[in-house]
Design a protein around this ligand. Structure first.
Ligand code: GTP
Ligand code: MG
Length: 186
């Protein structure tokens, strides 16, 4: 999907980003329920593009394709980087980027680079730790501390634990989205 084909109705957008396999599709499906998930653009083949999901005619969830695909050719990566950066820096209706990290793994250089890009673009960002059901209580605390350290987050920055297996984090994420919508009188 080219920028000229992005939705023009200026509804608020909430974007989701993270490494491939982090659990992004699962999280989107959990938030929406598969039946509610309406793709406004189908993406044939392996083209990396931005997908807009119309949520009840009120807002869009924006699926920013996973990074860290080793198999994507360099020129595709470079082009994708430009498309992504332009979207993040220029999209006025973008309200929040939800950045997913896998709670079982230390965030990578790519994650840190993504977060730095978000900071530079001055986009409000929420870090979500996915697959939290896979961790025991002690591991969980350790994982959240590792995410905080590696991504150099402020001590008071929120990291939202999330699991599609237990439903943890789902209500809280919707609450955060609703709050942002309420603030802008939507
Ligand atoms: P790509 O689109 O391929 O980049 O991956 P993705 O980020 O969309 O991840 P996806 O949702 O496809 O999930 C990847 C794998 O993780 C699947 O096997 C999911 O079942 C599993 N998974 C996702 N979320 C959770 C979770 O909360 N708990 C557990 N235990 N497994 C999860
Ligand atoms: Mg996916």
């Amino acid at each position: 999907m080219r920028p000229k084909d992005y939705p023009r109705d200026r509804r608020p957008e909430f974007a989701f980003v993270g490494r491939s396999n982090v659990g992004k599709s699962s999280l989107l499906n959990a938030l929406l329920g598969k039946k509610a998930l309406a793709k406004t653009s189908a993406t044939p083949g392996k083209t990396q593009t931005i997908n807009f999901f119309d949520v009840n005619g009120v807002l869009y969830f924006v699926d920013l394709p996973g990074y860290g695909y080793a198999k994507v050719p360099l020129e595709v990566k470079e082009n994708w980087g430009r498309v992504l950066t332009a979207y993040l820096e220029q999209r006025e209706q973008l309200q929040l980027v939800v950045m997913l990290v896998d709670s079982r793994h230390k965030p990578t250089e790519r994650d840190l680079a993504m977060l730095e890009l978000l900071d530079r673009a001055e986009v409000p960002t929420l870090i979500v730790a996915t697959k939290i059901d896979k961790l025991k209580r002690g591991q969980r605390r350790q994982s959240l501390a590792t995410i905080r350290d590696t991504l150099e987050l402020d001590p008071d920055a929120e990291i939202l634990p999330f699991s599609t297996a237990t439903g943890e984090g789902q209500k809280e994420l919707w609450r955060i989205i609703d709050e942002i919508l309420a603030q802008q009188g939507a």
